[in-house]
Structure formats: C-alpha cells, structure tokens
Design a protein around this ligand. Structure first.
Ligand SMILES: O=P(O)(O)OC[C@@H](O)[C@@H](O)c1c[nH]c2ccccc12
Length: 256
C-alpha cells in the first residue's frame, strides 16, 4: 500500500518545506501531497487551516514554491517521490490556468488535486492538465451520488482520492465501517488506484485498509507538528526528525 504524506507549502517557511521534503524522501514515502496555502480553505479542518495561516503570514508565494522545487529536483543528492499539488481552483485561476499548469509541471509536480474544481469545468480542465503532463486526481466522498461519481472518475487520472468520512480533514479515532463498502463500489466504477484520506493517523488504521485500498494520505497528524516549531517549543531540526520517525513508522505499517 502506498503512503502519501501531506504537508503545507511554506509552513512556516519554504526552507522548512525543503527540509521536510528531503526527510520524507529519505524515508521512502511513495508520494508527497503539497498543499498550497489558501485563505478560504475547502474541507480543511483547524490543523490544516492553521498551517495555511502560518504560511500566508510568512508571505507564501506560488512562484517561490515553484522555484525551490525546481532547484530541489536538480539537486543530485535527493530523489523526490512524485509530488501532487493540493490547490484551490481560485489560486490556479488567479495565476492564469495555463501558466500555473506549465510551471507546476516544470517544477516537478506529477499531478494536482483541485478540491473546488467546478463540475462543469472538469472536462476542459482535465484536458489542460493532460497537455501539461499532469494527472488530475479527483476526490470522491461517501456522499457523492453514484451518477456523479461515474462522471468524476471519467476525468480523473493518477488515482482516486477517497474521502473516508464526510466532513473536514483531521485526525479521528476510527475509520467508518461503511468505508469498505464505499471502496468496493468504487472498484466497480474505475480501474484507477484508490487512496483513502481524512482521519488516518495510526498503524491500526492502515491495517483496516489493507487489501481494500491501494494507498492512504495522512495530513493533520503530520501538519500538527509544525505548530510546535512555530510556537518555539521545538527546534526545526527536532520537528523534522520527529516527522521522519513518524513517517518511517507509517512506512513499516504499509508492509504489515
Ligand atoms: O488531515 P487528514 O485528516 O489526515 O486528511 C488529509 C488531508 O489533510 C489532505 O489530503 C488535505 C488537505 N486539504 C484538503 C482539502 C480537501 C481534501 C483533502 C485535503
């Protein structure tokens, strides 16, 4: 099963983002989701919202992220796993869609997740992402009706992001029992790999997904650690090594 950690770009600054990307790459994670901080987040719980605020307070700029990623991919000492951007359509639109897609691709992104992509724009947008050599990962929640799911999977590529529970991001004790049936019904509709996100933080969660999902995403359980660094409770090096330890633990969980 693939482990896909999520971090927020520029939380609390881009130097930290680069250091964390290197740490996660060294742990051998399968993919990294990079969130673009946004002032009006969609579906983000408090932990992710606060991380967006930290990044925005430090004047996060999209083009600066692209620049640091470009230099990181030409740095011979680190091989990054595939990067997927989690980015609001409003950011893409403001930047200029084609410019954004071309620069994201040149910066090393292999795909994008656009949680607020309007349904009627999805087809045209998926053609643009294809031209820029980017996958368009689509989100499906337990509340998405089947006819909509069928339309969504048609414009999806890379993998399907299966939201485990309706609501917002954030650590939860247990994954819902209905998740299994949800995954089984999605399997009937698509051949794309299924990755589950929302609420996952523990090896036991990964055990419940084994044999049912192809991957899982962890956001809040990682992102909350950046708060300790910003509150000066821990140094940057301490936070990065504790994220590394956590990521290694979750990597072992993928192997059962
Ligand atoms: O934080 P969690 O519960 O581990 O869930 C992952 C999630 O944070 C990440 O994938 C994400 C961040 N922002 C989003 C917006 C929509 C969908 C998903 C996301």
């Amino acid at each position: 099963m693939a482990f896909m950690p999520f971090i927020t770009a520029g939380d609390p600054d881009l130097d930290t983002t680069v250091a964390v990307l290197k740490e996660l790459a060294n742990c051998g994670v399968d993919l990294i989701e990079i969130g673009f901080p946004y002032s009006d987040p969609i579906a983000d719980g408090p932990v992710i919202q606060e991380s967006y605020t930290r990044a925005l307070n430090n004047h996060f700029q999209v083009h600066e992220l692209f620049d640091v990623l470009k230099s990181l991919s030409s740095d011979q000492t680190t091989t990054l796993p595939p990067l997927v951007g989690m980015v609001s359509y409003a950011i893409i639109f403001r930047y200029g869609a084609e410019k954004f897609l071309n620069e994201a691709s040149a910066a090393g992104f292999s795909g994008l997740i656009v949680p607020d992509l309007p349904g009627d724009e999805a087809l045209e947008f998926s053609q643009k992402t294809q031209l820029a050599n980017l996958d368009l990962v689509q989100l499906v929640s337990p509340l998405t009706p089947e006819d909509r799911t069928k339309r969504i999977v048609q414009t999806a590529s890379g993998f399907i992001y299966c939201i485990s529970v309706a609501g917002t991001t954030g650590v939860r004790d247990e994954l819902p029992a209905e998740l299994t049936t949800h995954l089984e019904s999605l399997r009937q509709l698509t051949d794309l790999p299924l990755a589950v996100g929302f609420g996952i933080s523990k090896p036991e969660h990964v055990d419940t997904l084994r044999g049912k999902a192809d991957g899982f995403i962890i956001g809040s359980a990682i992102v909350k650690q950046f708060a300790a660094f910003s509150d000066s409770n821990q140094t940057r090096a301490e936070v990065i090594s504790s994220i590394g330890n956590y990521a290694s633990e979750m990597m072992s969980a993928t192997r059962g």
